[in-house]
Design a protein around this ligand. Structure first.
Ligand code: UD1
Ligand code: CA
Length: 453
């Protein structure tokens, strides 16, 4: 049987106190609902249906690039009603019901649940909670068979003492749901169509209710407010940190570390406090990352040292490079082996050759630097004429004196030298010296003006 996944995401999320729909709030840099979609994809779902209501347009817009069906639940009449909205578009398939605000559910847990489902069996994910208040309780008979779920608000004293809780995650066949959902009633404390009422119907039909549980309660934790959101973010990051530590990465403080995407590390990598990794990042063997550094979509090869407060975005860095402190590498930066980009240097679309150095206070954009180049402090590639961008081409072993403006398009041949303070707007041949600054005039015994009294 094929698999359809239904993700409930119609609720308002009032307690987030946000103009943004709850399920679009990011966890580890990615909207909560996208975590759930990605998990559904891992399960090989043929189709994923997202039930939307509050903020429907925003959710639809955010997920427009994804292969999902949207089912509009104009009025939120309960979880059973929500699932029913998606059911018309589902043929003969297994149906897995997930939640846009329960982002950390793992594919392995769900696969185990799905394995339990067929025409004679229904799957329910339950969790033992020390504080079960607010949750639906799992009611079992003396033989341990599930006979139903009682919502907290409907439960009596004895039922409230039950600590096995409904996670809300259910796996059934479409045929079962089509049989039971139309029979739900809203005559209960909340006046809602409870999805949970299908379990008593199943039990009455003699259909077995198989249960499974997540490896960790974090997997089934729902987010209702920003405090829970922050707590789940920390738990997620702590888990990521723990996994890296296990893999042999040295983290100065696993509680001050954030990955928003994918981070792959070689051996003997060191990461200092307060670093953030976004998108796809790889750190080669022996890479050291200084404190408060942001690295996004970049590859850093072995033994490279990144010093504090650097920002590296869309860069390819070869081995033994030295970056920062306070360097900013923008997209299209490529640093070859043993190159150096020091403090308050910004690079963009720049190819920096082997062993070349831009040690301080420079902007190098739309440029190629050969090997062994030395760029003095305060050098600017003037790449923009107000309308178009132009390139600067610098050969091997070029020496550019401090405070030089290189007005692109311009090229400096191999071994060229530029005197400090020059404004270079003509090409400099290989081996030549170019000095483009006013000559110094000096007057002996100069009397400075005096203040008039
Ligand atoms: C539900 C379960 C409860 C379980 C708990 C786990 C029911 C009746 N109760 O209770 O047994 O322990 O989840 O968290 O199912 N939603 C819609 N449309 C609706 C109603 C809800 O899309 O009409 C979505 C909400 O956005 C939310 C989710 O479904 O993400 C759960 O709904 P909520 O009303 O919060 O259910 P709970 O009271 O938490
Ligand atoms: Ca809830």
């Amino acid at each position: 049987m094929t698999l359809d996944v239904v993700i409930l995401a119609a609720g308002q999320g009032t307690r987030m106190r946000s103009a943004k729909p709850k399920v679009l709030h990011p966890l580890a840099g990615k909207p909560m609902v996208t975590h759930v979609l990605d998990t559904a994809e891992q399960l090989g779902a043929t189709r994923t249906h997202v039930v939307i209501g509050h903020g429907a347009e925003q959710v639809e817009a955010e997920l427009s690039g994804r292969d999902v069906n949207f089912a509009l639940q104009a009025e939120q009449k309960g979880t059973g009603h929500a699932v029913a909205q998606a059911l018309d578009n589902i043929g003969d398939a297994k149906v897995l019901i997930l939640y846009g605000d329960v982002p950390l559910i793992r594919a392995e847990t769900l696969a185990a649940l799905l394995a339990e489902v067929d025409e004679t069996r229904l799957g329910l994910l339950t969790v033992e909670l020390a504080d079960p208040s607010g949750y639906g309780r799992i009611v079992r008979d003396i033989d341990g068979r599930v006979t139903g779920i009682v919502e907290h608000k409907e439960a009596n004293e004895a039922q409230r003492a039950i600590t096995e809780c409904n996670t809300g995650i259910v796996a059934a066949t479409a045929a079962q749901l089509k049989r039971w959902l139309p029979r739900l009633s809203a005559e209960n404390v909340q006046g809602e169509y409870y999805l949970t009422d299908i379990f008593a119907m199943a039990a009455a039909e003699g259909i077995e209710i198989a249960t499974a549980s997540p490896a960790s309660a974090l997997e089934v934790e729902g987010i209702n407010n920003r405090s829970q959101m922050a707590a789940l973010e920390r738990a997620y990051q702590r888990d990521r940190a723990e996994r890296l530590l296990t893999e042999g990465v040295a983290l100065a403080d696993p509680t001050r570390f954030d990955v928003r995407g994918r981070l792959d590390c070689g051996h003997d990598v060191f990461i200092d406090v307060g670093c953030v990794f976004e998108g796809e990042v790889t750190l080669g063997n022996g890479v050291s990352v200084g404190p408060y550094t942001l690295i996004r979509d970049s590859h850093i090869a072995a033994e490279t040292v990144i010093e504090a407060h650097s920002i590296i975005d869309g860069a390819e860095v070869a081995s033994r490079a030295h970056i920062g402190p306070f360097a900013r590498l923008r997209p299209g930066t490529r640093l070859a082996c043993d190159s150096k980009v020091g403090n308050f240097v910004e690079t963009k679309n720049a190819d920096v050759g082997e062993g070349s150095k831009i040690n301080h206070l420079s902007y190098v954009g739309d440029a190629r630097l050969g090997r062994g180049v030395n760029i003095g402090a305060g050098t600017i590639t003037c790449n923009y004429d107000g309308a178009n961008k132009h390139r600067t081409d610098i050969g091997d072993d070029v020496f550019v004196g401090s405070n030089t403006a290189l007005v692109a398009p311009v090229s400096l041949g191999d071994g060229a030298t530029v005197g400090a303070g020059s404004t270079i707007n003509k090409n400099v041949d290989a081996g030549a010296l170019a000095v483009a600054r006013p000559r110094q005039t000096t007057r002996a015994s100069w009397q400075r003006p005096r203040k008039s009294s």
